[in-house]
Ligand binder design. Sequence first.
Ligand code: FES
Length: 217
Amino acid sequence: MAISETTIERMHALAAQYPKSRSALLPMLHLVQSEQGEVTPEGIAMCAEVLGLSPAEVTGVSTFYTMYKRKPVGKHHIGVCTNTLCALLGGDAVYDALSERLGVGHNEPTPDGGFSLERIECQAACTHAPVMTVDWEFMDDVTPSSAVDVVDRLERGERVESTRGPAIRDFQATEFSLAFPDDGLASEGNSVDDKMLAGLRYAKEHNMAAPTFGQES
Ligand code: FES
């Protein structure tokens, strides 16, 4: 699929934001995904052309990071963290329930393209384990039934709020935000909650402070 002129213009705009234009490659790959739903060969070729890199260099980056997809994902891409803490608190059960509900396995889209599923690594959100992401937005403290309920509601076209962030849009819309973060959604939804502040509260109550470094006599 050819890259649109609008996307090529946006690629040049991203490249112009950095002293070294190749620094724009990561957002440019998200931009490719926002238009094409995956990192296509055409997207790789255009990124290389705009940045003066070889297609092999762009391919090397796009295959290193798991957020870049080399196969089509669903309209909604669901990640389930199955790293240690989430697994201990039920992440595998959440993954299994979604896999059964959707009829797909790891990194597979449903036949109608509505969803895809992925086992993901720690999201630095262990406070709310087990967590899943929908189009990279957090759904915290999920259970097998609450995770399946999210899929049911999205399938019915209902509005679904993430637990920390804006309402769920779709994979390609979020990918555009990752290329151009100024989407006006930064203040939507909760960003910090009581659980996240528990450690800070405990430290204050017990007059604890982080050790200072580099001041030894
Ligand atoms: S182990 Fe799942 S968010 Fe950290």
